[in-house]
Ligand binder design. Structure first.
Ligand SMILES: [Zn+2]
Ligand SMILES: [Zn+2]
Length: 432
């Protein structure tokens, strides 16, 4: 159900759909727990062959657009200039086999508007699988994934206003944008044509960005978010991609209307957050899944009001014209007409997934005055709003904490949908 975007969906290098976006291969389905629930995974350390340490040296600065189009060139340039050391420990993929192993590289020194974060936790997103395995045909190796980053501020530039040393902060799916286009001026940096994603994208200084499977990150304060004191950092990590991906369209389509009804298709990293937000908004939530095995957790753990097996035509028929909203997180190919027909007149279905195509009968929209919309992560203002909302309403992602050296197994399990509901890497204790 939730496979991957095809190569035809890939934009030019460095400008590909942000990742959670590509939620894990989530099947379908979905009570907000009263407090954080964490599964701790203690595993024996595996022996990993240490690769050659490499460092990237930035090429001279030139036009940003050209840089964005020249990721591969920069890559070879930088590979050639590779050194044997770096100031940042990480794990990287070396080729499309997608096997991660230890790696060192250099982060830039803190500039006047930068914040440096010691990374404590990093979430594991299905988008990470996409890029470490070069499913978009634009991966530049060594590739350090990770765009659900939570940590502690260790240094700030002279002009930084919003952060001070010791603050808890997060970084999401992008770390730069043009800062002057219409979208940037509207806090929609996620739709800036020059968005620089947190990894595998050429940044303004010519370096290829590297993500949160690493010990620290340096980022302009605009792309850094405050995590309120008291909110657990491990749970904060998945908010930065999975959380914002579903929160943004839910807020934009005014789903904060207690008493109304929401359908959530798919119950993976994104879907389980959509259920939690839906319940926090006061909605009656129905989860659609292909697997009966999801029922108990959807109802008892996540708080869903109703659980429907999507292949059960009788159950689907009974729900026709009954829902105000649907959030579709199931990236695998699936029909759209059966779900659109569940919407009331004027209902909205929003997709945050990447099926290979969308096929539907126009009447599914026209005859109900319905809307089908799309969304990908969120702008900086929405991200901070969402994090604050989670803290105020005690919304915590369901996570399984792992150590860095379990990552290859975790990625395999993610592909097999064997995770409830997000892996989070304990970065701090993995590198000390
Ligand atoms: Zn993601
Ligand atoms: Zn812009």
């Amino acid at each position: 159900m939730e496979p991957r975007p095809s190569a035809s969906q890939v934009r030019r290098p460095g400008l590909r759909p942000a990742a959670s976006l590509l939620s894990p291969p989530s099947p379908m389905v979905p009570h907000p727990s009263s407090g954080p629930r964490v599964v701790q995974k203690a595993l024996p350390r595996r022996q990993v062959q240490l690769p050659k340490h490499q460092t990237q040296t930035p090429p001279p600065r030139f036009d940003l657009l050209l840089q964005l189009k020249s990721v591969r060139f920069c890559s070879s340039f930088q590979m050639a200039a590779a050194a044997e050391h770096g100031n940042c420990d990480a794990w990287a993929a070396r080729d499309p086999s997608g096997v991660l192993s230890p790696y060192k590289f250099n982060r830039r020194a803190v500039q006047s508007s930068d914040v440096s974060l010691k990374i404590i936790y990093c979430g594991v997103c299905y988008g990470d699988v996409m890029w470490i395995q070069n499913k978009h045909n634009d991966s530049v190796y060594p590739l350090v994934p990770g765009h659900e980053i939570a940590g502690v501020v260790t240094e700030v530039g002279a002009d930084v206003k919003a952060f001070k040393v010791g603050d808890h902060a997060g970084v999401g799916t992008y770390v730069n944008s043009c800062r002057h286009c219409e979208n940037c001026n509207s806090s929609l940096e996620n739709y800036c044509p020059e968005t620089v994603f947190t990894y595998n994208t050429t940044d303004a200084d010519g370096t290829i960005t590297k993500g949160g499977y690493s010990t620290h990150i340096v980022v302009h304060e605009r792309y850094c978010f405050k995590i309120p004191d008291g909110y657990p950092l491990a749970q904060a990590a998945p908010l930065l991609c999975a959380g914002i991906t579903v929160y943004t369209p839910m807020a934009r389509h005014n789903m904060k209307q207690p008493g109304k009804s929401l359908g959530v298709i798919g119950l993976g990293g994104l879907g389980h957050m959509a259920v939690k937000f839906g319940k926090a908004f006061g909605l009656k939530v129905t989860v659609f899944s292909t697997s009966e095995s999801k029922r108990e957790e959807a109802i008892n753990l996540l708080g869903a009001d109703n659980f429907v097996i999507s292949s059960d035509t009788q159950q689907m028929e009974a729900l026709k014209n009954s829902l105000h909203f649907i959030v579709d997180t199931a990236s695998g190919d699936h029909p759209f007409d059966p779900y659109l027909s569940l919407l009331k007149v004027g209902g909205v279905m929003t997709i945050v997934c990447f099926p290979s195509e969308i096929k539907m009968h126009p009447a599914s929209l026209n005859r109900g005055g319905r809307t089908l919309s799309g969304s990908i992560v969120g702008g900086t203002k929405d991200i901070q709003e969402m994090v604050n909302f989670c803290a105020e309403n005690k919304i915590y992602p369901e996570i399984e904490i792992i150590k860095m050296d379990y990552i290859n197994e975790a990625l395999a399990r993610l592909v097999n949908r064997d995770v409830k509901y997000r892996f989070v890497i304990d970065i701090k204790n993995s590198f000390e």
